[in-house]
Design a protein around this ligand. Structure first.
Ligand SMILES: [Zn+2]
Length: 235
């Protein structure tokens, strides 16, 4: 019976839509489709960015993300799998900071990805943040966590959702890269705007975001031509 059901399920069309991405714009919440093909290309892009951070097979990683962030969390997980990097996942909300602490101790990860200010606040009650993260080779943190880490001598790189896009800083730490094939990123009056790029089949017209920042174009010292965003919150 179960085998019959599975055999039938395999013949059904798989919907191309992977996620409905809901993100805050300057004028309220907006929705955008994310197809499986787009997700696969995002995953390839993230894998390339993580490889630039030296992530390779045999290392371990810790990802802290929330369920609603699946639109980028999924591409990070896919990238870690592609790189053969085993990972643990903790929730990025402050209440789950103990899971981050346990995974960090047990995995001694090469990379911690997605560290939030809330997690750091939770950890600060029981741990020395500097002692904890200075030995971690790659720390990719959310913008508001960057100054907290810097204050204790941890040089973290930025990872951040920018509307429906993901921005990921390279080891040069001169701004967080955004995939130029997937997005057109701009700035207007000190705030960022985003639109679907050439490779995106899901439509998104230029949308102003409530994110303060600047856009830097031109080749980065890491070799990437992808534009970079300098987020005010990270400085
Ligand atoms: Zn770069």
């Amino acid at each position: 019976m179960r085998a019959d059901t599975l055999a039938r399920a395999r013949t059904l069309d798989r919907p191309d839509l992977a996620y409905l991405v809901r993100f805050p714009s300057a004028d309220g919440m907006r929705d955008m489709d994310l197809t499986r093909a787009e997700l696969a290309r995002d995953t390839d892009w993230v894998a390339e960015r993580l490889r630039a951070h030296g992530l390779a097979a045999g290392q371990r990683a810790l990802l802290t993300a929330s369920g609603f962030e699946g639109f980028w969390g999924h591409s990070v997980i896919g990238a870690l799998r592609a790189l053969n990097v085993p990972y643990g996942i903790a929730e990025a909300m402050g209440w789950d900071h103990r899971r981050t602490s346990v995974f960090h101790r047990e995995l001694t990860p090469h990379a911690v990805i997605g560290l939030s200010e809330q997690t750091l606040e939770g950890l600060a009650g029981t741990a020395d943040l500097g002692e904890m993260f200075r030995p971690t080779r790659v720390v990719l943190a959310r913008p508001s966590a960057i100054p907290v880490l810097r204050a204790v001598g941890v040089s973290a790189c930025v990872i951040s959702a920018v509307g429906p896009a993901l921005a990921l800083e390279c080891p040069e730490r001169t701004g967080a890269h955004i995939n130029a094939a997937a997005w057109r990123i701009g700035e207007r009056d000190g705030r960022l705007t985003v639109a679907a790029g050439e490779e995106r089949t899901s439509p998104l017209a230029e949308t102003p975001l409530a994110v303060a920042g600047r856009v830097v174009t031109g080749r980065c010292a890491c070799g990437s031509e992808d534009p970079r965003v300098l987020l005010a919150q990270a400085n």
